[in-house]
Design a protein. Structure first.
Ligand code: ATP
Ligand code: MG
Lengths: 280, 374
């Protein structure tokens, strides 16, 4: 009885691992393919059936990329864009989330519901009005102007609100009696305790901003102002290369920070998901 | 606002006048009037959900009353922010700031009050020494035991030298042994050494009896009785207080009061209970109405043989506690009553016993209102 039970259990575990590995492989295979292909010549990479070992091994794709005059500029632009958005979200979403979670003011819940309803509006609906606003402000073709649109957003606010709700009320009551008004309470108690949630917001926003395509495409015009995703696609469309391998290499370089970030900070991402799922 | 004159009688008295607090349809605090005198140790005692915490939070300013007035010292504080009321509160969960060390936790209220750094340092160390937690100053709350956290919470309250201490079930998270130890320690500290007005919330009557100068017994948002521990025990104002205070709870016998040949009798249905003459004048006006007689389990003598003035009962259960035993008995199979018997008395289930109350220690209440008659 016992041993057979143990055996079935091990069988299940083996099966689970097998299925999970299979899925992991399926999800990873495009990435693996890109990685391998970035070291191939275009000639070899376009062969059918596909080959998996670069032969000859070449760094030429990466060299081409770095020879591209605007490449460093695009990286800088993307970093600036992502940085502004991360800082903006940390500041504004945490304040808004705190207000929705901890302060009492008339219309609070109605306002919050309205915010959530915003999530149901596709971004294409707001694209034109946003464009007009930014245009009127004279900020078209300007990274800062573009970032302005995303300095706060609903999901970050929601996440911060949920996190603040999950903190014990008594700690805030204690702070109030100890002499904190709502603002001191935010800076001395709320914000330091919200570090995990802030980490999650920062990571999400960084990933989103680093990979953003539509916004930069619509709001930026001159190549020297492009972000990396738009820049690479621009380079591709203008047929600066007739080959795809440099583009693959470019995408990998562009993705590198996000991958590193993900590996380093994925506990915050998970935390963020848990927080959002926690309380309604 | 005016500065208080030193030596003023009202220095740190707390006075609630007809205070009402509702949460939607729930009336958490129902027309409460309560005076806590300067330097008094007042315990708010009542069952879970009776509004004790809400009362405390109203005094602290964490909730605003729907009606009534709250006075601290000579100030009407209804409109005054909690930060300016000069009260300190210790919460049931201690509510320490998890991201600050013990030192920063204790320092925090001083920092908020813009006390200069050197003075803050001096005070924190002084208070920590006073409570025996100097060694813990660099730890974080999660690195402390329950009892240590409790001391830190106390230190944080004491360091501000508030006019009033508010404590909400501060001992309920501690184990039984530590609780007993802290009971005395707290009382000594807050009342004897610091001599500060204290309002202490608990649902534990032993805590209330041992610590309080006066107890305010609450039920369903209302104050049932305010008095010294002895008072509420000896002279309960109503059935609720009588039943709530005392372990095991008081026995209640319901019946109609009748008079026969100048003797008062309580018709309990199965037996006619003779009420001693001492109660005659007080009870006489109630002849013909339904009343409730109360007898504490400690005031019932149980014997195995019939005696003069004893009534028959049958044992349906017993709880030996070591020092004494509680027995549960019925009279003609209806309702259960409890008596305390000394250890060593040999009894068994379903045994017939003869019980006899101490006739000097009877309580009588109106059945309709629950008010005490005697
Ligand atoms: N913020 C609130 N919102 C709604 N109802 C509340 C709120 N706070 C308390 N109540 C209700 O008010 C009543 C009194 O609550 P309170 O916390 O004062 O009781 P308590 O005597 O402290 O009980 P316990 O001994 O369980 O702590 C309860 O019925 C409770 O459900
Ligand atoms: Mg409570």
């Amino acid at each position: 009885m016992r041993p057979s039970l143990k055996l079935t259990k091990m069988g299940w575990i083996a099966l689970t691992y097998f299925v999970l590995s299979l899925f992991a492989f399926i999800y990873l295979s495009p990435f693996i393919r890109s990685f391998v292909a970035s070291f191939m010549t275009w000639e070899q990479a376009s062969k059918y059936p596909p080959e998996w070992i670069p032969n000859p091994f070449t760094l030429e794709n990466y060299m081409k990329l770095f020879r591209l005059e605007l490449f460093p500029r695009w990286i800088f632009n993307t970093a600036l864009y992502a940085g502004l958005i991360v800082v903006g979200n940390i500041v504004f979403s945490s304040m808004a989330g705190y207000a929705f979670a901890r302060l009492k003011f008339p219309g609070r819940d109605a306002l919050f519901s309205a915010l959530l309803a915003l999530l149901m509006i596709p971004i294409f609906v707001t694209l034109v009005p946003n464009y007009i606003i930014i245009y009127r402000l004279g900020l078209i073709d300007n990274i800062v102007g573009l970032a302005l649109l995303s300095l706060a957003n609903v999901p970050s606010t929601f996440l911060m609100r949920q996190y603040f709700l999950s903190l014990p009320q008594e700690v805030f009551d204690a702070a109030r009696i100890d002499g904190c008004g709502p603002i001191k309470s935010f800076f001395y108690i709320g914000l330091p305790l919200a570090k995990p949630a802030l980490g999650a917001v920062a990571v999400y926003q960084f990933l989103g901003a680093w990979n953003a395509f539509l916004g930069p495409l619509v709001f930026l015009r001159s190549p020297e102002n492009f972000t990396l995703p738009v820049g690479l696609s621009f380079a591709f469309q203008r047929s600066m290369w007739t080959e795809y391998t440099p583009i693959i290499a470019g995408s990998l370089v562009a993705a590198a920070p996000t991958i590193v970030l993900f590996i380093a900070l994925n506990k915050y991402l998970i935390k963020g998901i848990v927080v959002q799922a926690g309380k309604g | 606002m005016f500065k208080q004159v030193k030596g003023d009688e009202n220095m740190a008295r707390v006075f609630l006048k007809n205070v009402v607090k509702k949460f939607g349809k729930v009336v958490a605090v129902n027309n409460v009037t309560l005076e806590v005198k300067d330097k008094e140790f007042m315990v708010l005692l009542g069952p879970s959900g009776c509004g004790k915490s809400t009362t405390l939070r109203l005094i602290a300013g964490l909730e605003t009353p729907d009606e009534g007035e709250i006075w601290i010292g000579n100030r009407l504080v209804n409109e005054i922010d909690p930060t300016k009321r000069n009260v300190a509160m210790v919460f049931q969960s201690y509510a320490l700031y998890p991201h600050m060390t013990v030192y920063r936790n204790i320092e925090f209220p001083l920092k908020m009050a813009r006390v200069p750094k050197e003075e803050r340092r001096r005070k924190v160390i002084e208070v920590a020494r006073f409570l025996g937690i100097e060694d813990l100053l660099n730890r974080y709350p999660k690195q402390l035991s329950g009892g240590q956290q409790q001391r830190v919470a106390l230190a944080r309250a004491i360091v501000r030298e508030p006019e009033v201490f508010l404590l909400d079930e501060p001992l309920s998270n501690l184990d039984a042994k530590l609780r007993v130890k802290m009971r005395f320690e707290l009382r000594r500290l807050l009342h004897d050494e610091l001599q500060t007005t204290t309002i202490y919330v608990t649902h534990d009557q032993v805590e209330a009896m041992t610590m309080a100068d006066r107890i305010a017994v609450m039920n369903a948002g209302k104050i049932m009785q305010v008095g010294s521990p002895i008072d509420v025990f000896e002279k309960p104002a109503n059935i609720f207080v009588a039943g709530f205070i005392g372990v095991p709870p008081m026995n209640f016998f319901e019946g109609t009061l009748i008079e026969k040949q100048n003797n008062l009798l309580l018709d309990l249905g199965s037996i006619l209970f003779r009420i001693p003459k001492t109660y005659y004048s007080t009870l006489h006006p109630h002849v013909g109405s339904e009343i409730v007689m109360g007898i504490r389990p400690q005031d019932i003598k149980v014997a195995l043989e019939p005696q003069e003035g004893s009534y028959e009962g049958k044992i349906v259960g017993y709880e030996p506690l070591g020092t004494e035993t509680y027995i549960h008995f019925t009279i003609n199979g209806i309702k259960e009553y409890v008596a305390v018997i000394p250890r060593g008395m040999r009894i068994s289930l379903k045994q017939k016993v003869y019980w006899k109350p101490n006739l000097q220690k009877l309580y009588f209440f109106r059945k309709s209102t629950g008010e005490a008659i005697y």
